[in-house]
Design a protein around this ligand. Structure first.
Ligand code: 5GP
Length: 128
């Protein structure tokens, strides 16, 4: 069972942004930038291109909605998107409010307090 399935099942806490029948979005715990969010299908699939086409397209639609809320909430040049999955083999779309290329490198990280994570998640939710 992946760590994200444990989050989906409520066994591990997260700073949740959005949830529907098939997907959940929550803040990345080790963000590249403020607002770095993961959009995750509840079905545990390892690789993005293994998903059936319908679920893939619906994940993109869900991610678009969350990304638009991020753009409204966090001052940034744009929201970058990446799918990697080398650390957690359960499909997830990284949505990252970016200003420069280093924000997409996964080498530069920002640290937030628990209160900051909570306030950020609340602010993003209001813009969904
Ligand atoms: P990837 O698998 O795409 O290389 O990276 C996995 C991402 O998941 C990383 O950005 C990492 O910070 C994030 N991550 C790993 N474990 C947890 C967790 O327990 N909670 C949250 N919110 N994010 C996590």
């Amino acid at each position: 069972m992946s760590i994200f399935t444990k989050i989906i099942n409520g066994e591990i806490p997260c700073y949740k942004i959005a949830e529907d029948t098939n997907f959940i979005a929550f803040l990345d715990i080790n963000p590249n930038a403020k607002g770095h969010t993961l959009c995750v299908p509840k079905k545990e699939v390892n690789r993005l291109l293994e998903m059936d086409e319908d679920l893939y397209l619906r994940l993109m639609k869900f991610s678009r909605k969350v990304g638009l809320a991020l753009e409204k909430t966090i001052p940034c040049n744009r929201v970058g998107m990446a799918v990697i999955g080398l650390e957690v083999p359960h499909v997830h779309v990284h949505l990252i409010p970016i200003n420069e290329m280093r924000d997409m490198t996964f080498k530069h990280k920002v640290s937030l307090t628990e209160d900051e994570f909570i306030a950020l998640a609340e602010a993003i939710k209001e813009n969904l």
